[in-house]
Write a protein that binds this ligand. Structure first.
Ligand code: 25A
Ligand code: L14
Length: 341
């Protein structure tokens, strides 16, 4: 039998943390002992893992003593505060927040795209998990970039509320229920009503007029594809969907490529399912991809307004591949290739 690891999940009671626990179980990660960490509010709650109840503990500076791998999804502030304490105690951190993603010493990994980057975990003892919208886009675009080179990307996203966590899932549910009952909807999480609405606003606004979510898509895509020459512009939009982000992606390639060639490439790409048959009304949809780990691609067609243009519609479960699954896949590479001796 292979080596078993002591694993901790920080933010275990959140939307992503819950899914991380489920992924560790589903994928049969070699866990010796699982520690579940959250704020003092949640300490004492019990969560199930492989048929056993595990009591949630309060996250503290000493939580990671004896832990081999710590998977964090408790927000950027928590990661900034605690990741170094974990690393100091010899625990490798796989961090799901934006805190370390653009640190040049920290690898930013999508296992289907740049698994080799995991090796750089040894710099700081931290590996960053990319933003959900970036992950699904690069899973779909990396095979095209390798084949013909990508010059420019124009992306617009249609993002689910679950990205903001449990409180936002509750907000969409409660607002929808209120409106259908002719009651005044309450808003707590987003600056405007999300039920029956679209908000061109995800994360905070920056001085350049873009949101932080939009700039994450620009910066993280270049880092993961290891190519700063790619021009990227993004508009990220919150839509009243619970799970799965959808993206309209327009790419301009360096060499010509036909829609059929793109389809063939993506049919053989790891982690991708091509769902593209307009004659049968077949295209990727949020409701079909929710609960799945793959990235679904369809509506593949030529952008006839430029010489080498392709349009794609890319859909994936933001809590699974966009967060928990990708983080657990990173931990699998780490465990198998780097921590097993
Ligand atoms: O503000 P930030 O930094 O940008 O972070 C924003 C939020 O984004 C989520 C996560 O939300 C985070 O809080 N998030 C992070 N990365 C994400 C990603 N890549 C991401 N979302 C999508 N993609 P969350 O609410 O899902 O998870 C928060 C978890 O973090 C724990 N936590 C927060 N601060 C912490 C901390 N843990 C330790 N130390 C800290 N300083 C947080 O723990 C949670 O696990 P908690 O104790 O506050 O418990 C969660 C709350 O959830 C309530 N709850 C439980 N079940 C339900 C529920 N609410 C509604 N419905 C339920 N079914 C509990 O009552 C408890 O209050
Ligand atoms: O991981 O949808 O950087 O509100 C932070 C914003 C995840 C999505 C991240 C959202 C994102 C989240």
């Amino acid at each position: 039998m292979g080596k078993l690891f002591n694993v901790a999940v920080a933010g275990a009671t959140g939307a992503v943390g819950n899914q991380m626990i489920a992924c560790l179980e589903e994928r049969d990660f070699p866990v010796k002992n699982l520690k579940l960490l959250a704020t003092s509010k949640s300490a004492g709650r019990k969560l199930r893992f492989k048929g056993e109840e595990i009591t949630v503990e309060e996250l503290t500076k000493t939580s990671f003593k004896g832990v081999d791998i710590g998977i964090f999804s408790a927000g950027g502030a928590t990661s900034k505060k605690y990741a170094h304490f974990a690393a100091k105690d010899g625990c490798v951190v796989v961090d799901n927040s934006a805190a370390w993603r653009m640190d040049p010493d920290v690898p930013l990994v999508v296992p289907e795209v740049n698994p080799h980057a995991v090796a750089k975990y040894s710099n700081k003892g931290i590996i960053a998990n990319p933003n959900c919208s970036t992950i699904q886009m690069v899973v779909a675009l990396a095979p095209i970039h390798r084949e013909v080179g990508i010059k420019r990307i124009v992306v617009s996203s249609y993002q689910a509320v679950s990205g903001t966590g449990k409180k936002a899932i509750d907000e969409l549910y409660n607002q929808t229920k209120a409106i259908l009952n002719f009651l005044e909807p309450e808003k707590k999480v987003y600056p405007h009503r999300i039920a029956f609405n679209c908000l061109p606003h995800i994360d905070v606004f920056l001085d350049n007029g873009y949101t932080k979510e939009e700039m994450k898509m620009v910066d993280e895509t270049r880092k993961i594809l290891e190519d700063d020459s790619i021009g990227i512009t993004a508009t990220t939009v919150r839509v009243p969907v619970f799970f799965s982000h959808s993206e309209s992606v327009n790419v301009e390639t360096r060499q010509p490529i036909s829609p059929d060639e793109v389809r063939a490439l993506l049919e053989n790409a790891p982690g991708v399912i091509v769902a593209d048959d307009p004659s049968k009304n077949l295209y990727p949809m949020a409701i079909d991809s929710a609960g799945r780990d793959e990235t679904f691609v369809g509506r593949i067609r030529a952008d006839e307004s430029v010489p080498n243009g392709i349009n794609l519609w890319v859909v994936s479960d933001n809590i699974r591949k966009g967060a928990a699954t990708n983080a657990v896949q990173i931990a699998e590479i780490l465990a198998r290739d780097y921590l097993s001796n």
